[in-house]
Design a protein. Structure first.
Length: 182
């Protein structure tokens, strides 16, 4: 028996539960179109231009046993084009089911759309790479993604509105304190 096992059996504190519990990861939808094969696979052609789009979505799931259960879906579309002709089009929806514990409600949204995609991205990257190889092409190795920057860009108007509202409350509170002192 190891010392670690002895500590656990001797009544040492159990490992603290993490605030993010990933319950499942899965391919929700995967499509690979190779419309011009085998001509598009011939050697000596110009490298295609890549257009890659990534999006995230989250929704709360109802469950009687698990509080704060969510599904987060990373949507990815990669289109390789030679001029107007598509070489291949890959579309992937990768889902993650997650339970959040001891995270304040106002922080759920950024955790779900920044941290969960950050944790799942290596799996998305592997699926994209393997799928393009199976399609007859070199692996498409995606660069790391700054999910926080994507989040800030997508929700910039809502973030500014929330900050303005918070600043308005701060100003009103400071004014009330000044008025009370008089």
């Amino acid at each position: 028996m190891s010392d670690q096992d002895a500590d656990v059996k001797a009544g040492a504190p159990a490992q603290q539960q993490m605030p993010i519990n990933i319950l499942a990861q899965y391919v929700r939808d995967l499509s690979f179109e190779n419309p011009l094969a085998p001509e598009s696979l011939r050697e000596g052609q110009d490298a295609p231009e890549m257009d890659i789009n990534i999006g995230m979505d989250a929704r709360k799931l109802d469950d009687e046993k698990i509080e704060n259960l969510y599904e987060v879906v990373i949507g990815l579309r990669a289109a390789a084009m030679r001029g107007e002709d598509p070489v291949f089009i890959l579309e992937l929806q990768y889902g993650v089911t997650v339970a959040l514990k001891d995270i304040p409600e106002e922080n759920h949204h950024p955790v779900l759309l920044i941290e969960i995609p950050r944790l799942a991205f290596p799996f998305v990257r592997q699926i994209v790479s393997e799928t393009t190889v199976q399609g007859g092409y070199p692996p498409l190795n995606l660069n790391p993604v700054d999910f926080q920057a994507l989040y800030m860009q997508r929700f910039k108007d809502e973030i500014k509105a929330a900050q303005a509202a918070a600043n308005g409350k701060d100003k009103a509170a400071k004014k009330a304190v000044k008025d009370d002192k008089k």
